[in-house]
Design a protein around this ligand. Structure first.
Ligand SMILES: [Zn+2]
Ligand SMILES: [Zn+2]
Ligand SMILES: [Zn+2]
Length: 138
């Protein structure tokens, strides 16, 4: 049984063509994927609404997480195993390379805690660092 089927089964999702295709895109890429890229690469077979819903389902289930970018496009990356439905543990820093524009999950770098004024309740803190990635430095 393929990796994709295992992940879908584990999250109690039925195996559909769009789910398989989009999950394969994530597993086959190292780094994050932009919404537009996913749409383009899955677009021959699936319409925009299907792609959008599939991504939303994956986020809800803790399979992928979204990453904010400076140009307001959304990118997504695979979650680690400890994410599940309603519980993401994605408090790592994201790095966007100014040169190749790759978005990388820095899984071992935790987002520092931000001290908020009293009466403010944080839900999620995200941090994006831009610069030059290891591949572009060499
Ligand atoms: Zn997650
Ligand atoms: Zn780079
Ligand atoms: Zn990430």
């Amino acid at each position: 049984m393929s990796n994709v089927n295992v992940i879908l089964r584990k999250n109690q999702l039925s195996v559909t063509g769009s789910r398989k295709k989009i999950l394969e895109l994530f597993i086959g890429s190292n780094g994050a994927l932009a919404h537009a890229d996913i749409e383009r690469r899955a677009g021959e077979k699936f319409d925009r609404v299907t792609v959008y819903r599939t991504l939303q389902t994956f986020v809800d289930k803790g399979i992928i997480h979204s990453i904010p970018t400076s140009d307001n496009s959304i990118r997504y990356a695979l979650c680690k195993d400890d994410c599940c439905e309603g519980h993401h543990h994605d408090n790592h820093v994201h790095f966007i390379c100014n040169n190749c524009e790759k978005t990388i999950c820095l899984d071992n770098i935790e987002v520092p805690e931000v001290k908020l004024p009293d009466a403010f309740t944080p839900v999620q803190t995200q941090m994006v660092v831009t610069g030059i990635c290891i591949d572009c430095k060499n």
